[in-house]
Design a protein around this ligand. Structure first.
Ligand code: PLP
Length: 394
């Protein structure tokens, strides 16, 4: 049996999405900036229509939607672009310790270039407190960036409350919604945010295309210089097929969203309670209430390494993750797990299982059958676990 449980890392491309993309590789291949012939004008018209569709899905205006080549680019642009464009007003930025590396590394880059960054602590479920945001705001604060939902432990942050705080203090507010799309309703007007990032491949769209929503009136510098695409704000020949795929995937993600969310929650909770019942000495990371992303499960298993669990799961056909895929290859414990207070040795032994729209109960049951003996086998090889068992006379 093959089971894909790493939907927080990426998702499969839907057939309908691929079909929507194909004509822009074959028939409507023109450069959307070439207006002197038909096939160019057709591409230009397509881009306009696609932008409208994306804006409608997000509750934004058409001229507030900017396409990028990834979620990472959208995050980088939001943070560096606002910092550089507003440095006459101040040089202070507020973010949290559990942001995606796209945000954290962009902030670290700015620190090397004369900006000051406050990295807010989170509580033990990963929640950022709106009060802490307010307390951290100073006269020279120009930007706050807090993610909508965390990619490792699934915490949904109080985004509209934080947006309120920022509005009151006239500070620009950006949120990384890459994990939220397809898992909860996202409307920029309802959230009250100034900027929002998303990435198509996290909701069954193609890889290599994202969006940055920029509310009209936000001052932001360009990151990619060159031609006048994206209304002069981001150079690069339009990736029309990618944009079309993103629009279609976003429409499909928002179709029957409540129903799909309920289904994913059910599978998520089957995994959580199944693991808690069958495996001793485990710890659920992230919230256990409705502030948890509907598709995310993250456990620490004491006395063993996350990587060895992944290897044995892979041998059983199960794709899962330990920490975030971007950081894999490094053996450092996850910055998110350290931020919620886990000691180093426990932050190493974590496993993330993320279900998707297509996950079945049968697949969940297979994981629940395969995982406990794997944990038991690895613990049997752990001298630490042996000692604990001896002490407890088990
Ligand atoms: C995946 C992810 C990103 C990066 O998106 P890419 O399109 O892969 O660059 C950014 N933020 C979060 C929260 C993510 O999960």
């Amino acid at each position: 049996m093959k089971v894909y449980m790493d939907n927080n890392a990426t998702t499969s491309l839907k057939k309908e999405v691929l079909e929507e993309m194909l004509p822009y590789y074959t028939e409507i291949y023109g450069n959307a900036s070439s207006k002197f012939y038909e096939v160019g004008r057709a591409a230009e018209a397509a881009v306009l229509e696609i932008r409208e569709r994306v804006a409608k899905q997000l509750g934004a205006k058409t001229n507030e939607i900017y396409f990028t080549a990834s979620g990472c680019e959208a995050d980088n642009w939001a943070i560096k672009g606002v910092a550089f464009a507003n440095k006459n007003k101040g040089n202070h930025i507020i973010t949290s310790k559990i942001e995606h590396h796209a945000v954290l590394s962009a902030c670290e880059f700015l620190e090397k270039n004369g900006f000051e960054v406050t990295y807010l602590d989170v509580d033990k479920t990963g929640r950022v407190s709106p009060d802490d945001v307010e307390k951290a705001i100073r006269d020279n604060t120009i930007l706050v960036s807090i993610m909508t939902a965390n990619n490792e432990i699934g915490t949904i942050e109080p985004i509209s409350e934080i947006a309120e705080v920022c509005k009151r203090h006239k500070v620009i507010f950006h949120t990384d919604s890459v994990q939220a799309i397809g898992h909860m309703p996202i409307n920029v007007a309802e959230l009250g945010v100034d900027m929002l990032s998303l990435s198509a491949h996290k909701f069954h769209g193609p890889k290599g295309v994202g969006v940055l929503y920029i509310r009209n009136g936000v001052r932001i510098d360009n990151l990619i210089h060159g031609g006048g695409q994206e209304r002069g704000k981001r150079a690069a020949t339009e990736n029309v097929a990618g944009m079309a795929g993103l629009a279609k995937a976003l429409e499909l993600a928002n179709t029957d969203l409540a129903e799909k969310t309920e289904k994913m929650k059910h599978l998520r909770d089957m995994l959580i309670s199944g693991i808690q019942e069958k495996i001793p000495y485990c710890r659920l990371n992230g919230p256990a209430d409705d502030t948890r992303l509907c598709n995310n499960v993250n456990f620490s298993f004491q006395y063993i390494e996350g990587e060895s669990i992944l290897m044995l799961l892979d041998m059983k056909g199960i794709a899962a993750s330990s920490g975030s895929a971007c950081a894999s290859g490094s053996l450092d414990p996850s910055h998110v797990l350290l931020a919620i207070g886990l000691p180093h040795e426990i932050a190493h032994g974590s496993l993330r299982l993320s279900v998707g729209e297509d996950t079945t109960e049968e697949e969940v049951n297979y994981v629940l059958e395969v995982l406990p003996p794997i944990i038991e086998r690895l613990r049997a090889m752990s001298p630490l676990y042996e000692e604990i068992m001896r002490k407890e006379n088990k």
